[in-house]
Ligand binder design. Sequence first.
Ligand code: CDP
Ligand code: CDP
Length: 223
Amino acid sequence: MSNFQVAIDGPAGSGKSSISDLVAEKLDFTHIDTGAMYRAVCLEALNRGINLENEAEYTFLKDISVENIKKHTYLNGVDVSKEIRTPKVSANVSTVSKMKSVRDKMVDFQRASASKGLVLMDGRDIGTVVLKDADVKIFLTASVECRALRRYKELIQNGEEASLEEIKKAIAERDYKDSHREISPLKKADDAIEVDTTKMTIEEVCNKIISIISERMNSNGKF
Ligand code: CDP
Ligand code: CDP
């Protein structure tokens, strides 16, 4: 079976997960959501009540398993897809994911799951670190106002309470932490194609990405 890797990176709310899901479904790729994996480690760290800033307390890493299969995330075999989306996890995940031991373990898992077949992986460091030789690299962006509004609408639709200003502040804080950390910060790979989605619908972004992937597969003789 031929191997083809697509890396999609970008800040919170740029559309990585929803677009990756749709593109993967249409092209029959396996989608791996690496953000969900970091969220699962954060959930475990919170449940254990460790001091998140102290790397020495992350000894539990050697015993955990984290998997992301078909839109579900499993922590030690238990489906935690809902629990990893709480505001508490969102507020703490950047602290957990800056730790070297956490990144080393997740990158190993991620590379192992992308070693065969048609894979589309989304996150923050996929094109720069995890799959440096990916066949296609996309960097999704959108203004912080637009990304906050998308998240706000999502929460309201789910019947939850939300403040647009607070969401915008939380997203800007996470953007800052993710792009200023020492190891594998969020940044566009030199050879990534940047797509500003501020004024684009999900369908428009999907079509654009599908055409980029199809063109590359054709020119690589893999389609
Ligand atoms: O969906 P959203 O953009 O809110 O975030 P996510 O993709 O679920 O990622 C959650 C967090 O995990 C990010 O804010 C990063 O701190 C971390 N992350 C990372 O460090 N490296 C990745 N490859 C993916 C996520
Ligand atoms: O994974 P990431 O945090 O980058 O974004 P997402 O969870 O895929 O998208 C955040 C929200 O924006 C979702 O509710 C999407 O439906 C919405 N969205 C949108 O309205 N227009 C786009 N072009 C992309 C995403």
